[in-house]
Design a protein around this ligand. Structure first.
Ligand code: GDP
Ligand code: GDP
Length: 438
């Protein structure tokens, strides 16, 4: 599972600027999906082949006793507790504050790998101006400038090095015959445990008892109609004996890690609530992670025609960026509409692992260009020459040519549509990247 880095510090020290730097590469790829709601607090990034999840905890006041600050402090504490490494950000220009001391005390007691980072340190030298921060008792002070990108790479390396993670494996092609790794994600109370327990109680589903393997993740293997699945312990669920139960605190970190380690995510929505902000954030994260996705609106039994209409409309507007996903309307409690989910899950998985041979991709590309040329940008018209597959789950198509920086987002979407249709990519995000020859 990807390690989790939490950014902690008082307001205005530059946490979100740093967050943007640490997550930038991913953002650039998916920036142009209509309707995509991204929670600016959760993101992912990579340093070379080393991948990570990063959480910006907002302003942290560990001693807040009431109101929104108390709630924020609670959420920050949970995120910090679940993170693998904490980056504590202070303001090199403002100097030490009482709040910094409070946060430092809290972090020291926690005893988790912590890096003390002095931001806004452009043009400063570690020795002199930053000396006062040693008072916090958190060891070395790492000067960075999030705004200018100085020292950020070294800081990130130091953060990941504290974890002694094994070298990332060379990327191997996903095995289409391996069990489908399935995560059921959704807000608290949408019906995840009800659905999973209904599944596991079904006769057509043969569950194997396997002890948990990696870290504290628990998976359950089962087989249905000859297809093997591996259900990932997700979204604040825990196995208790034979049944799944929601743990008291919904865990964002667990949800993100489960999504990351899945091939396919079943995103559950609650028909009584429609699409909420939190649903949209989880959906945005699934898209960012590039996971295949099936949508299921649960509690369909509990709503009338008017509410059904509202829910459908809220999906169209708020989850427009998941247009490629199949949608089901189900009742986990009354066991209605559950059968067809399996077809969608296996279809999405197949699509995510689809092989797209270079000759066929290139022919499709040339046909697409012939049908509609990209617009001239500046002096040159982008010249799209050939395409090859750059990855699976999500499928990545790399288009090669000249002057490709001039290819507009709408033209990329046009290409995406043609590729999707030709390769039947229902259920999976698709990334189309442009690579200009030099
Ligand atoms: P947050 O509240 O901790 O998330 O802080 P922000 O990221 O919103 O930054 C607060 C302010 O500090 C903004 O005006 C940023 O432009 C500024 N800032 C962030 N990083 C740097 C930096 O490296 N150098 C300088 N000089 N200003 C910075
Ligand atoms: P989780 O937090 O996502 O695991 O949600 P639970 O499975 O614990 O369900 C939350 C509540 O919704 C419980 O009271 C369930 O009985 C109820 N619930 C779950 N599925 C359905 C459904 O299909 N229809 C109705 N009406 N209620 C449901």
């Amino acid at each position: 599972m990807k390690p989790v880095i939490a950014l902690v510090g008082r307001p205005n020290v530059g946490k979100s600027t740093l967050f943007n730097r640490l997550t930038k590469s991913r953002d650039a790829i998916v920036a142009d999906y209509a309707g995509l709601t991204r929670d600016r607090h959760y993101g992912q990034g990579h340093l070379g082949k080393r991948e990570y999840i990063v959480i910006d905890t907002g302003g942290f006041e560990p001693t807040a006793e009431s109101g929104i600050f108390k709630e924020m402090a609670k959420q920050t504490r949970q995120a910090v507790a679940e993170a693998d490494v904490v980056i504590f950000v202070v303001d090199a220009r403002d100097g030490l504050s009482a709040q910094d001391h409070d946060i430092a005390n809290y972090l020291r007691r926690l005893g988790k790998p912590t890096l003390l980072v002095a931001n806004k340190a452009e043009g400063m030298r570690a020795g002199t101006q930053l000396a006062e921060f040693y008072e916090l008792g958190l060891g070395e002070v790492i000067p960075v400038s999030a705004a200018h990108g100085e020292g950020v790479r070294g800081m990130l390396e130091a953060a990941l090095d504290t974890l002694n993670l094994p070298e990332p494996e060379e990327e191997t092609e996903p095995d289409p015959h391996a069990p489908i790794r399935l995560a059921v994600a959704g807000r608290p109370n949408v019906g995840k445990s009800t659905l999973i327990n209904t599944w596991l109680g079904e006769e057509r589903l043969v569950a194997f008892d396997l002890p948990g393997t990696t870290r504290d993740a628990i998976t359950v293997e089962f087989e249905r109609n000859g297809q093997k699945f591996e259900l990932i312990d997700t979204a604040g669920l825990r196995r208790k004996g034979k049944v799944f139960e929601a743990i008291e605190k919904f865990s964002v970190v667990k949800t993100l890690q489960a999504i990351e380690s899945a091939n396919v995510v079943l995103l559950l929505l609650d028909a009584e609530q429609g699409v909420t902000d939190q649903d949209a954030h989880i959906a945005g994260f699934i898209l960012d992670a590039g996971r295949a996705v099936v949508l299921a609106v649960n509690k369909w039994d509990a709503v009338d025609a008017y509410q059904r209409e509202l829910v459908q409309r809220s999906i169209e507007t708020r989850l427009a960026f998941l247009k490629f996903a199949e949608i089901h309307f189900i009742s986990a409690m009354k066991r209605q509409g559950l059968g067809p989910l399996w077809g969608s899950i296996t279809r999405a998985h197949k699509a995510a692992l689809r092989k797209m041979p270079t000759p066929q991709l290139t022919r499709l590309l040339q046909e697409a260009v012939q049908f509609q040329q990209p617009k001239r940008s500046g002096m040159y018209r982008p010249k799209l020459r050939y395409a090859h597959q750059g990855g699976m789950n999500p499928p990545v198509i790399v288009v090669h040519g000249n002057s490709l920086e001039g290819v507009t987002d709408s033209y990329k979407r046009y290409l995406e549509g043609r590729f999707r249709k030709a390769f039947d990519l229902t259920g999976t995000p698709l990334r189309v990247e442009m690579k200009t020859a030099r």
